[in-house]
Structures are given as C-alpha cells and as structure tokens.
Write a protein that binds this ligand. Structure first.
Ligand SMILES: C[S@@+](CC[C@H](N)C(=O)[O-])C[C@H]1O[C@@H](n2cnc3c(N)ncnc32)[C@H](O)[C@@H]1O
Ligand SMILES: [Zn+2]
Length: 1009
C-alpha cells in the first residue's frame, strides 16, 4: 500500500511538542554512552527531536479521508503492542501522537519493542523503504535516527570531520557491529601500552607514588614601570580549590634578592579561612597588575609582550636548561596514594627539567618532514573574525598565536605528535579503528592545550570549546594524559567506547555518507522520500574555521585518507572554506567577501537542490535553530522560491538554558521545524484579497488550539509561521488587484502590501490576536492610538510579557538561552576574560522580535526607550518596576510623595508623578549594535499613562505607603475601568515568582470593592 500524495502526514497536522521538548532537554544532559562522545561538533541537535519528527513526517494522519484503511488497521494492531488504542480514527491518531512523543525518550531509544513498532509503522506506509536525505549532516543526528527507524539514508557534509563521523556511524558500525568494539579494544590497548612506554618519563610520579594530574601555568609579562622590571604572572584567579573544607589558594609576593636585579616572585599555596584572605587576580580586563610595584600594564602592552613570545605558552630556557622567561609554573595538582581529593604542591625545578627534556625530545622529532609536511602543525590560524558577531579562532592571533602549534605547550605538542605518529605506526587494518584512533587524538587536543583552565570547583581540567570560538586564557592547566582523571587517554578511550556502544544496535543496515556540497547535491532527481535537514545559519557558527583546530592534527594521523583534504582545492591545507554556506568575511568568493548575501544565495541553491532530489509526492523538513528571527525572511523566501510549500511549523525546546554566560534573556530556546512539500509545477497564482482574508482566521484557529496545549509566547508565534505560510506558499506567487507580486519580506513600515511583504501581516495578526487575548479588542484594534484603548506603553508591556512566556519557562520565567551574538559580544567586552558584568535585572527579548510586533501595532519603541524599556546591543529589557521609582517620583522618593499626598489628599498622587523631568533617565550613548536613543518626544510628553500610574501604585505598595495607596486606588477606580483592567491583565502575565506579580496581587487585594 502507498499513502496517497494528498493525504496529510501527522507532522502536517499535529505534533507532541511538549513531550518531545522535555525529552530533548533531558538528552542534552547525557554525555556518556552517547554518539556525541566521538568528537566535538558544534550545534548538534538532540536525537530525540530528530527521531520523533522523522516518524511524524513518515506516518499519515489517520483522520485524513485519504488515509488508507489498511494502514489504519495495521497501525492499530501495532500500537496495541505498547498501549491500548480505541476504535475511532481520532483515537488512533491520539495514540500515534502519544507514541511519537514517548519514543523521544532516550531510555526507549534502544527498546526493541518500541523501536520495532516504529519501524513496522513506517513499513506499513509503503512497500519501499523510505530514503532519507540530509545534505547538512554535521554530527549526524538526523541520519542516525533515520537508520534507527529502519530507513535508508544518504548523509553528507562539506567538512571532513563530520564526513569521518558519518562514515563511522552510518557505514562502518552498522556493517560490522560488535566487531568494531572488539577491534578497537585490541588496538586501543596496544596504543595505550605504547604511549605509556614513550611518554611516562615526561609525566613522572612524585615521591611516595603521588601522581600529578595537572600542571598549572601562567603566561608572563614584564613590568614596565621604571626601576621595576619584575615578572608578572598573568593569574586570572588565585583560587586552586573552592571545595568546602578543602579550600586552597595562591599567594604571590615580591622578593628583592639583590639590589641590581629585578625583584623575584614568591608563590605560596595556603588554605584560606575566608574568601577575603584570597588576593584579587593579577590580570583583569586584559590589564596586568605588577605584584612587585602594583603598577598596571595596559592591555596593549600585555598583547605586545605576549606576541613576542608567540602567545607565551612555552617556557624559555637558556642553553643549560634554566628557565629565563615564558610560561611560569604555578603549582601542581596531584593525587596522593590512598587519599581522596586533590593535593597541591609548588612547582619545582624538577618540573622544569622534564619540560626541558620534552623540548630536546621534540627537537629530535621535529626535524622530520613527512610528505612535505612538518609533523608539527605550522598552518596559520585565521586572524580575521568571520563577522562582527562571530570571532571564530581570531582572538588568540592577537596575542601572537599565529600558527596552530602556538596553542600548545611543548609537552602537549610532544604528546600529540607522539599519538599521531603512533596511529600511523600501528597502521590499523580497518577503517573503523583508524577513524576511532584519530578521534582519540582529537579528543586529546580538546583537553590538552594552553587554552584550558583549571576548574577550582570541579578540581579538573576544562576543555577548549565551551563556546563557538577560541577564547584567550592567561593562566592554564596542563593535564596529565596518563592518569585516569578527566582528559586522560584512558578516559577518552572509554568515552569513545561508550559512543560506539550507543551506536552498535541502532541498525544492521548501513547508510551512505559523503563529503559533498549541499548546493551541488550528488543524488539524481526525484530520489529522496524525506529531505530532512538542519542547515547552518548566517554567522552563528564558523564551522570550517573552528574545525581546523582538530583538522591539523587529524590529517597528520590519517595521512592519505580520502576525507582529510579539501576535495575542491588541492592547494588548501585546511578544511574547505569557499563552498561552506556560512557568512565568513575572511574568504572571498567571486571577488566578494562571503557575507550575508552569500549565505542567503547558497541556502537558496541548497533548497533548490533539495526540491530537485525530493520526489514530488513526498515531504521535507528544515530545522531553524538559531536564537533570533533575523534573516528568516530571506531564508523562507529561498525555500519558497526553491519550490517548496511550507505546511506546518513546530517549535521544539532543544536548547538548554544556563549556558556559559547565560542570563535571563528570552530568546528562542526552541528549534523551529518547518515541514514542507514540493510545490506542484502547475501551482496557480494567488489573489491577495483572498490570502489576506484567510490569514487571521487560520492563525486564530491555530493559536487557540496550541494554547490549549500549553504552547505560549514566542513558541506560539513561531508555531504560527507554518499555517500562515501554507496559505501563501501553495501559490506560484501571490498578486494584488494590479497584478503586483506580494513578496514574503519587505519594508514593514510601508503602506502597500506589495511593499510591506506578507510576513509583516503575519506578525501583525499574531500580535493583534495576542493583545486581544490579554487586553481586549480595543487595544488589538488600536493602530495609532484609538480612543478608548490603553496607551502604547501598556500594550508594549503586555505584548512583551506575553512573548516572554514559553513552554520551557514555567510560568514564563524567561530562563532561556541567550542570543548567541550577545554572548560573543560579551566576550569581546571583557577583552577575553575578566569577571563577567553582572546582568541587569528585568525581562529581556531580542530587539528583532519586539520590533516585529511593535511596529504593526502602532507602538513606537523609540518613544518608550528609557521610560519602560532599555535597548542595548540588540536586546530589549523591560525595566523592572523598582527601576522606575526615580523616574516616577523624582529625587524625593515615593516616601516623600506619599507624605505630601497624605497631608493634602485633594491633590491626587498621579499629579505628582514625574516631578522633575531632569531626573528622567539619561540614556547611555549609542554603543555598538542597535542602542537606541530616546527621542526628544519622551522628554516632552511626561503625561502619566495608565501604566505609569499602575507602576506608581505598585511602588507605593512596595514602600508600605498604605494610606497613600488606598487613596490613589480609590481615585483610579472612580476615574475609569482601565486601571483595574490593566492590573488584572498584567497580574496574569507577570511570572509567578516575580516581584511585580507579588506587588500587583497585593495591591489588587487593597482595591476598594
Ligand atoms: C547545524 S550543522 C548540522 C548539525 C547536525 N544536525 C547535528 O546534529 O550535528 C550544519 C552543518 O552544515 C555544514 N555545511 C556548511 N556548508 C555546507 C555545504 N555547502 N554543504 C554541506 N554541508 C555544509 C556544516 O559543516 C555543519 O556541519
Ligand atoms: Zn612592577
């Protein structure tokens, strides 16, 4: 049986977003026995979401009149093995959706019964096995899940590292099964023995069997103050251990041993009894502080001095092996026999001797040149930042780390070179072992470089790529790879074994992988039954640049392997860059740096290729998983022009909150899964009048339905894109009465539809419906300040809070992942390091999201800047009520206003608001991206609005000025119903645990009835 082309698939009508979101987030916490243990790759998607979406793309909707009875009967039989299915179509549909939600559970991903049922359900749709194609496969989440569900797969990526991962997980492991583990077991044992043999002298034990686990270093500069010249260790923190009961810290002091010599350093380890005993760092915001004379060295000079040492990770010795400069040993973390925890000892001469020996050894090896290539990576690190928002690898080059070898200490290079050579010497017979051994090397580079810190909390070494960039580190930890602590070879081998184990039973049927450009897809026309992909997004991750960090090592270990080269350019010694669909201005294509346009054009080509290889009767899905909506118009246009009709969109929570530097910003924590179908070549032309009439109805129905399921805020907005675009994209184009085409994106401020573009109408409809729900129809219709409606600031606040709510945020607490761009900028601000600035309080949304709603609803953001919102670097913050106190009451404070008021009740409180315009919040001068200056109008129009008065009342409540509050409430209630209406609406919108909610509810209690 085959499902008719026009029969809807489940993913086009419904999807258990909540359950799948819960499982996706849970999976993100799993690091062991998971395929991500093979190799670092950026922007991996949870397998959970891929699995469930794929199933929903393949299965038909049993309630569709075209759904064959045979399928329904078979599906009912199958589902009855895991649950009880009712007899009606709707019950069957419900059971299928529940099954699709449940199967996202990581614990069920290897459950034979469940996976068996899923596979059989898919088989029941067609005689042929579905063929799933993903042209941007990365770490392979989508194709791996396709294999698990019994599909045939074709996975490709432009980058050699994913190509190796894909080859392993889609071809080698399914083909060879347990043999992969057995072979790797043998090989890794031999490997381990040989490494121990060659390297243990470079990681000697201390007396009585104490084992160093990490050597702690600081880069150094020289003080430039006259008469000083002392050495400054760039210590970013004096803490060694923050474990309760086992606190350890460093104390650095100056010693003048001889009058003519510069002072020397004395470094002690002590057990602080309180945090105050621990000295501040010797480097903050890239400014070094001399421990001898306390004079500071400015960031420019720090940079110059480090550049003279090629970054400063290496110890400089005289010809007899005495340290004369460069990296300074600070302490050694070690384990004592029969003792728990980590012990610290000072760095001693013997430790430098080992480094000196490593250097001699490396010198012997370094003279070796293989195939015209040194065994040490001397390739240049790209010094140009990919875009204003992305740094890639560039930061470290500003400190003189111009070649990859500069990122490592001498002993680390010795380690990595030895591993790389050993892999070649062992010359594994099988492809799988070869790849797996090379992954040990990659994993080692991630844990052994001079960019890794010591985690004083966890007492372990960190790893390199906590962000999608290489940050500079002043002090660093060099781990011992021969112990069994984190980052050691034995740990890495176990981690890789766990990853193999997690893939072994996925499938016995192998797929196909290839290193290929998605814009020139290798498959013939009309071959795919599902085109499911997760493409890159503008400049959010410079994959190719980042991957060079690993590639320079892997290519040496896997010399001659067909994947470890640039297939498009034999002269390129690094990963392919020109073909990568990423905004990276350091590369030039057709005479122009690769910018946003390049990205958009490339994506349009990839979508057109997707349409070409997808069968007419089949289905596709594209994941949009970045944090802002900027650029969507271009991408959606590319998809539609490429020949797709968008039929549904599902936001699934896939991003964890609390990432590095995460703050309270509500951005999209979900990935939007856009379901699409090939548009028939004979699609008709749409009439704008009909399209625009259908839009509010369709979106309204959809919102109502999803809200019943608990979908809220921004998630709800993006779930509406699917149905909105379904109306629009089913036509070859949409035109107005004058035959002018209505584009998807346009100028939202324009008046005419053909200039404004369709999406502006979509945002408007969604925003209006949201406002109608929270404030009522008058506000929803108010475009330019209709009489009777609450003012703009109320509408803006309500919309803001409405958008903040989302499924993952409890009652809209807004603890979501922050904008990637912001994260990068923050890094920049601190000039690599230094204490992160304390995040300002208040709810935050991406400017781009706020703008989309505000504009069509007649809200002028710039007029409220500094009054109720504050926009900085692309993030809009709703000012907490407490921050408005000075604005509303002036210098005199609420207390004083309340007192005057109580003395003279004839003068209403609201008359006393904004007493002195001088204290109107002064706005910061524009900094970087999109900081908005308050318009002059703000200063002029200080008429208190309903929201101002409500906030004033809340502040009186907060200050305990009960008499004043009571009088104010009385006069407000008499004045108009607006005050109460707004208070009730906001009470429903403020997060449950927020101070505002508490104040509002307490205030509402005091309202005279
Ligand atoms: C968002 S990632 C995919 C992540 C993947 N879904 C996972 O879970 O690991 C996008 C991928 O597109 C790849 N890519 C970029 N340009 C490409 C091109 N022209 N052809 C094929 N792949 C490309 C990148 O190397 C990156 O791995
Ligand atoms: Zn000094």
């Amino acid at each position: 049986m085959t499902i008719p082309k026009d029969c809807k698939r489940l993913a086009e009508v419904d999807f258990p977003i909540k359950t799948v979101g819960v499982h996706s987030l849970a999976e993100k916490k799993i690091f062991v026995n998971h395929p991500q243990g093979f190799h670092q790759w950026w922007a991996r998607r949870p397998l959970a979401a891929c699995r469930s979406i794929l199933l929903a793309l393949l299965l038909p909707d049993p309630c569709d009149p075209l759904c064959p009875n045979d399928f329904k009967n078979r599906a009912r039989d199958l589902l009855n093995r895991v649950t009880n299915v009712g007899s009606s179509d709707i019950e069957l549909k419900r059971s299928l959706l529940k099954f699709i939600g449940d199967i996202a559970d990581w614990n069920l991903s290897t459950n034979r019964l469940f996976i068996g049922v899923a596979r059989e359900l898919i088989k029941a749709t067609d005689q042929d096995i579905p063929f799933v194609v993903d042209p941007f496969s990365g770490g392979g989440s989508i194709p791996l899940e396709a294999l698990r569900l019994g599909c045939d797969v074709f996975a490709s990526d432009i980058n050699p590292i994913p190509a190796l991962i894909l080859k392993l997980i889609l071809e080698e492991i399914p083909r060879k099964g347990h043999k992969v583990i057995e072979e790797f077991d043998v090989a890794s044992k031999n490997f381990m023995a040989a490494i121990q043999d060659r390297l243990s002298v470079f990681y000697p034990e201390d007396e009585h069997g104490a084992k160093p686990i990490a050597y702690l270093w600081a880069r150094t500069v020289r003080c430039e103050a006259p008469n000083c010249g002392g050495e400054i260790p760039l210590l970013r923190s004096m803490w060694l251990s923050k474990k309760t009961g086992k606190k350890k810290a460093l104390r650095v002091s100056s010693e003048q041993t001889h009058n003519t010599k510069p002072p020397t350093l004395r470094i002690e380890i002590f057990s602080p009894l309180s945090d105050e005993e621990v000295d501040p760092p010797l480097i903050a915001n890239a400014r070094a502080i001399c421990p001898h004379c306390r004079v500071t060295l400015d960031p420019k000079r720090v940079r110059v001095q480090l550049a003279e040492q090629s970054g400063g990770a290496i110890v400089i010795f005289d010809e007899r092996g005495n340290r004369i400069g460069g990296a300074l040993g600070i302490a050694v973390a070690r384990r004592l026999p029969n003792q728990q925890g980590v012990n610290y000892r000072p760095f001693v001469n013997k430790d430098y001797e080992t480094i000196w020996h490593s250097e001699q050894e490396l010198r012997l090896l370094a003279n070796k040149i293989e195939n015209g290539e040194t065994i040490i990576p001397t390739e240049l690190i790209n010094p140009i930042r990919p875009s204003p928002n992305a740094r890639g690898l560039s930061a470290v080059t500003r400190y003189g780390m111009s070649q990859f070898k500069h990122l490592f200490t001498i002993r680390q290079i010795l380690l990595l070179v030895t591993v790389s050579q050993l892999i070649q010497e062992l010359s594994p017979k099988t492809e799988s072992t070869r790849i797996l051994l090379s992954f040990i090397l990659s994993r080692l580079t991630d844990r052994h470089s001079s960019l890794i810190g010591w985690d004083a909390g966890g007492q372990t070494i960190d790893h390199v790529f906590r962000r999608q960039a290489l940050p500079m580190r002043w002090d660093f930890a060099e781990g011992n790879p021969l112990t069994d602590s984190s980052g050691s070879i034995s740990n890495i081998i176990n981690q890789i074994k766990g990853a193999v184990g997690s893939c072994i039973d996925i499938s016995r049927q192998s797929g196909t992988s290839q290193l290929a450009d998605a814009r020139l897809h290798p498959l013939p026309d009309q071959t795919a039954s599902v085109w499911f992909t997760d493409p890159p997004y503008y400049d959010s991750v410079p994959y190719a640049d980042l991957s060079d960090y690993f590639f320079v090592w892997i290519k040496r270990a896997l010399r001659g392997h067909p994947y470890v080269r640039d297939p498009f350019d034999a002269r390129n010694t690094l990963t392919p860059k020109l073909q990568e669909c990423v905004w990276n201005q350091s590369y030039v294509v057709n005479g122009k740096p690769k910018g946003a346009d390049f990205f958009e054009d490339s994506m349009a080509q990839a979508f057109a290729e997707g349409r070409r290889i997808l069968r007419d009767s089949e289905i596709g899905c594209v994941i949009f998983a970045h944090k802002t909506t900027e650029g969507w118009e271009a991408l959606l246009t590319g998809m539609i022009r490429g020949g797709f009709v968008i039929t549904a969109s599902w936001p699934i929570l896939t991003e964890r909150s609390g990432r590095t530097n995460a703050q309270d910003t509500a951005s999209l924590a979900s990935s939007i899964h856009l379901v699409c179908r090939p548009r028939p070549t004979n699609a008709s032309i749409g009439d704008w009048t009909l399209v625009s009439r259908e839009l509010p109805r369709k979106v309204g129905d959809w919102m109502e339905r999803l809200q019943k399921e608990g979908v809220r805020g921004a998630d709800l907005v993006f779930a509406c894109i699917g149905p909105a675009l379904e109306i629009y994209s089913r036509y070859s184009k949409v035109v107005d009465a004058q035959d002018r085409e209505i584009p998807l994106g346009g100028d939202p401020t324009a008046g005419e539809p053909y200039q404004r573009g369709y999406l502006a109408y979509v945002w408007e409809v969604v925003g209006r419906l949201a406002l109608e729900q929270v404030l009522g129809s008058a506000e929803a219709q108010a475009r330019n300040g209709n009489a009777g409606a609450l003012e703009e600031d109320s509408r803006l606040t309500a919309l803001f809070l409405w958008t903040m709510q989302s499924a993952g945020n409890g009652n809209g607490n807004g603890k979501a992942a922050k904008a990637e761009t912001q994260e990068v900028n923050e890094l920049e601000d601190q000039d690599e390091e230094g204490a992160p600035r304390k995040a300002k309080a208040g709810h935050k949304l991406i400017y781009d999201v706020v703008r989309r709603f505000a504009q069509p609803l007649g809200i002028h953001l710039e007029q409220w800047e500094g009054r109720i919102i504050e926009t900085e670097k692309g993030i809009v913050r709703l000012l907490p009520v407490a921050e408005r106190a000075r604005q509303l009451f002036g210098e005199e404070s609420a207390q004083a206003v309340a007192e005057t008021f109580e003395r003279d009740p004839s003068r209403p409180v609201q008359m006393s608001l904004f007493p002195d315009l001088e204290t109107a919040p002064r706005l910061k001068a524009a900094r970087k991206t999109r900081t908005i200056r308050a318009s002059e109008t703000l200063r002029i129009s200080r008429e208190p609005t309903t929201l101002d008065r409500l906030h004033a009342a809340m502040l009186l409540q907060k200050g305990g000025q009960t008499n004043a509050l009571r009088m104010m409430l009385k006069s407000e209630v008499e004045r108009s119903p607006d005050f109460l209406r707004l208070a009730n609406a906001l009470s429903a919108l403020y997060p449950r645990e927020s101070e505002e909610k508490r104040l509002l509810d307490a205030m509402l209690q005091a309202i005279p009835r």
